[in-house]
Design a protein around this ligand. Structure first.
Ligand code: NAP
Length: 243
């Protein structure tokens, strides 16, 4: 991995973690990988197939010191999210900083319908949060709670993204990595909740669902860095005035 901007040079793992530090205790970053043709998923409907080992290393760095990973229900289902656990080296740093052992998985869902036996719900280090609606069926909400998740109603028909972020902050989960999908990201941008956009441009084509619509609400941002590895460009854009 090497940095192209601002100061060119090689990066080791600690350098990479430093590039994805958190400017403050309340900050929302959004992460997305996009193919050269703008696709956000490969032919199998998953972003992993347009990603790369370096992209996954960047994703790990964006999560390393996050308090919460905020993600839409369709992404959790499509990408088959694993249990949320911190790498041992990250866990040590988290503990020293007074953070929870691992990021909390926070899933946005109107229906509250998942395979609640999946390890992401039953075996994550911290109990996942299910951010849902008053309209979700009682038995579905009860199934989430029975799986060990904390179920929070943050809207009647739809989850209000601003309330979702405020709810996380009330729980001390202010450093939020939003991993999409595009539907959730579009809402987060429309509500002006995104402080940082970490956009990977990958040399993949033939993908699905152009990312353009997801980014429609993007406000002006400042380029903080560009990294390169595996033929991917890793850009980090932040709010003007942000770190
Ligand atoms: N390239 C990338 O970086 C990247 C990143 C993430 C995902 N993806 C890809 O994107 C696709 C999925 O993205 P998507 O945009 O279709 O879906 P998404 O945003 O991940 O999830 C949509 C679902 O989330 C819930 N949801 C979203 N906003 C809500 C709100 N305000 N209130 C209540 N529920 C809400 C609903 O779940 P319920 O149906 O449960 O009600 C909705 O059906 C997959 O193919 C995935 O692989 C790509």
């Amino acid at each position: 991995m090497r940095q192209l901007l601002p100061d060119p040079g090689d990066l080791d793992e600690p350098d990479l973690l430093a590039r994805y530090g958190w400017p403050g205790p309340e900050w929302v970053r959004a992460c997305m990988v996009m193919g050269l043709d703008g696709g956000i998923a490969g032919p199998d409907g998953r972003s992993r197939s347009i990603s790369s080992p370096a992209d996954r290393a960047v994703l790990a760095a964006t999560r390393a010191r996050a308090d919460a990973v905020l993600v839409g229900a369709a992404t959790v289902r499509a990408e088959d999210y694993a249990a949320m656990r911190a790498r041992p080296s990250h866990a040590v740093e988290r503990q020293a900083a007074g953070q929870r052992a691992a990021p909390v998985l926070a899933v946005v869902t109107a229906t509250c319908r998942f395979d609640w036996a999946a390890a992401r719900f039953t075996a994550s280090e911290e109990p996942p949060l299910v951010l849902t609606t008053g309209a979700a069926a009682g038995p579905d909400r009860a199934a989430a709670a029975a799986a060990g998740c904390e179920v929070l109603v943050v809207g009647e028909q739809r989850v209000d993204p601003a309330r979702a972020v405020a709810t996380l902050r009330q729980r001390g989960l202010g450093r939020v990595t939003c991993e999409g999908g595009p539907g959730l990201l579009r809402q987060m941008l429309a509500a002006d909740l995104v402080d940082e956009l970490d956009l990977t441009l990958a040399p993949a084509v033939g993908g699905q669902a152009p990312a353009v619509a997801a980014l429609a609400g993007l406000a002006a941002m400042r380029l903080a860095h560009v990294l390169e590895a595996d033929g991917c460009l890793f850009t980090r854009y932040v709010r003007p005035g942000g770190a």
